[in-house]
Design a protein around this ligand. Sequence first.
Ligand code: PFF
Length: 452
Amino acid sequence: MAEERASFGSKLGMILATAGGAVGLGNVWRFPYMTGQNGGAAFILIYIGCVLLLGIPCMISEFIIGRHGASNTFRAYSKMSGGKAWKYVGLLGVLTGFLITGYYAVVSGWCLQYIYASVMGELHGDPTAVKTYFDTFATSPVRPIFWTVVILWVTHFVIIHGIRGGIEKASKLLMPTLFVLLLVIVVAACLLPGAEKGISFLLKPDFSKVTHQTFLNALGQSFYSLSIAMGCICTYASYYTRQTNLANSAIQVALVDTFVAILAGLVIFPAAFSVGVNPGSGPSLVFITLPNVFNEAFSGMPVIGWIVSLMFYSLLSLAALTSLISLHEVSTSFFSEELHLSRKTGATIVTVATTIIGAFCSLSLGAVNWLYVGDKTLFDVFDFVTGQIFLPVGGFLTCIFLGWFIPKTVVKDEFTNWGTLRGRFFGVFLFLVRFVCPLAILGIFLHQFNVI
Ligand code: PFF
């Protein structure tokens, strides 16, 4: 008899685990600087529109394939398509998740270093010293790799304990801790003198800054933040039960994810505006600008500044860890099921392989000078290939597959627990997945290569 597949033990555990996968560096690090660069509240409104019209339907599509297939992402697509070439879209999802795990672990490792640095008081001093601190650390050969290894093995430890005993249990502990930390830091940041300018930037829309680029950025960010097309959503859904209402779950996960992103903005903007710093400073915002902002904003109460900094980097590390767990699970379930290995052996393969990828990505940032492809570091190559090519291609093909090739009855059958509203909701969903989502994804994809 076939072994029964593991499943989440409770609805709360299932939502927290999936939301944990979605809430990550994308919310706390990427969303604020994207908002800063794209005009504040106007960007947030457009972002919410993208989540509702595109992110949620794509998430439901992956939920459907994952739960129906009840196996790793590659096999789920294969089952759904009756073994046809669509299974390679599933394989692409696994590959994307696998490659992202390696370089995401490097950035997650930086967060751990910043917890350490906050405790040791290394993030104080003049602003140039803080910049030099980051540059010296990120380009050094050993330390970043050490932290990459630490976070990957913590992830490994959770993964080998299985779905209920590992992923669900960890999510029930880590996610509430993350919310509490976030709320405390939001209050601390919003009480700073001059914080109101940051709050109004975040909440009062200025549509004069909106261009077509704002829409493309918002769409890209919504996919990134909801972990669309990297196998995570599909893999977790394979552990859902038939009782789970997929559409409700997608809405709940998207709500938590958006809420965390906006709260992260309510930390960064009030703090940055209170000391007159531009929050649109790009990827360096969290590791270079922010420590200086905390130093200056809390200069009258250094102990509070120290605690806020420690809490902020702990929050960032927790967000990264829960996402890393979901990324790792994509490949662990793939290797263990496809190669008929135990979960522990599958997980070990993934941990070792992604540690190697992470180590090379980290070294490429400056410790060695031969890890380049053209003029891009290996780190940037992974980021570009996964984020700008694999994610849109996988998302686009998933919509086409689900919208046009899977029999409607099979899809409709997955809309469990909808009562009389089922038909109407299904109609809207199908329209979005067939037309709106693929066109929008195609739009960003072509635009980034300047085709349109
Ligand atoms: N959705 C998560 C985040 O926002 O950080 C996880 C994630 C997204 C990981 C995109 C990697 C990635 F490229």
